[in-house]
Design a protein around this ligand. Structure first.
Ligand code: GRF
Length: 200
């Protein structure tokens, strides 16, 4: 009996291009894991369609305006837990998760952020890096993958980071495309290392 592959539950909020990279790598065998479910807080997230096409359970858990944030996080954790994840992957997930969620998956929540450690935490990171480059403040940006042990924003224990030079001819659009390509590769490589037990 071959042991079951590590189970990933992937949380998304939008296009799901990083989810697609994970799904493709699982199919190709370069990522020895399985996506047990995809959950989005946005019903219109195209990533849900990507999951359905791959035959992966695709669920919506929307945060209703009147819903208490803590209640939402507990219900979201219950839903995630029902798929028995080895890792919970935040891939283009745009909500801050409270400790009510994070404490349910200690050392098991992995986040992808399109900036280098200690730079541009939060939203619009690529845009802010591009502006900083236009102002002559930086020559590089990058991508990182980190654990999410607490409510810190994009600053958990680092699993991987890779710089990306901003080129003289770059526009915001060309930079975004190169950052996303780097995200897709770095996230899959890092998850593969986790799945093989190469990282604690
Ligand atoms: C990515 O830059 C991700 O890091 C950010 O949202 C962008 C879109 O991700 N949070 P995806 O295409 O939905 O995976």
């Amino acid at each position: 009996m071959t042991p079951e592959k590590p189970r990933l539950v992937v949380l998304i909020s939008g296009s799901g291009s990083n989810l697609q990279a994970i799904l493709d790598a699982c199919t190709a065998g370069s990522l020895p894991a399985q996506v047990a479910a995809v959950i989005s807080n946005k019903a219109e997230a195209y990533g849900l369609e990507r999951a359905r096409t791959a035959g992966v359970p695709a669920l919506v858990k929307a945060k209703l305006k009147e819903m208490d944030r803590q209640v939402y996080d507990v219900e979201l954790a219950d839903l995630v837990e029902s798929f028995h994840p080895d890792w919970v992957v935040l891939a283009g997930w745009m909500r801050l998760l409270s400790s009510r969620f994070l404490s349910r998956f200690p050392n098991r929540v992995v986040n992808l952020h399109p900036a280098l450690p200690g730079t541009f935490p939060g939203t619009h990171a690529i845009e802010r890096a591009f502006t900083a480059w236009q102002n002559g403040e930086i020559t590089h940006t990058g991508v990182m993958v980190h654990l999410v042990p607490d409510e810190g924003v994009d600053n958990g224990p680092l699993l991987a980071a890779e710089p990306l030079e901003i080129l003289p001819q770059d526009t915001l659009e060309t930079l975004e495309a190169r950052v996303h390509a780097l995200e897709h590769r770095l996230l899959v490589e890092t998850l593969a290392r986790l799945a093989c037990g190469k990282i604690p």
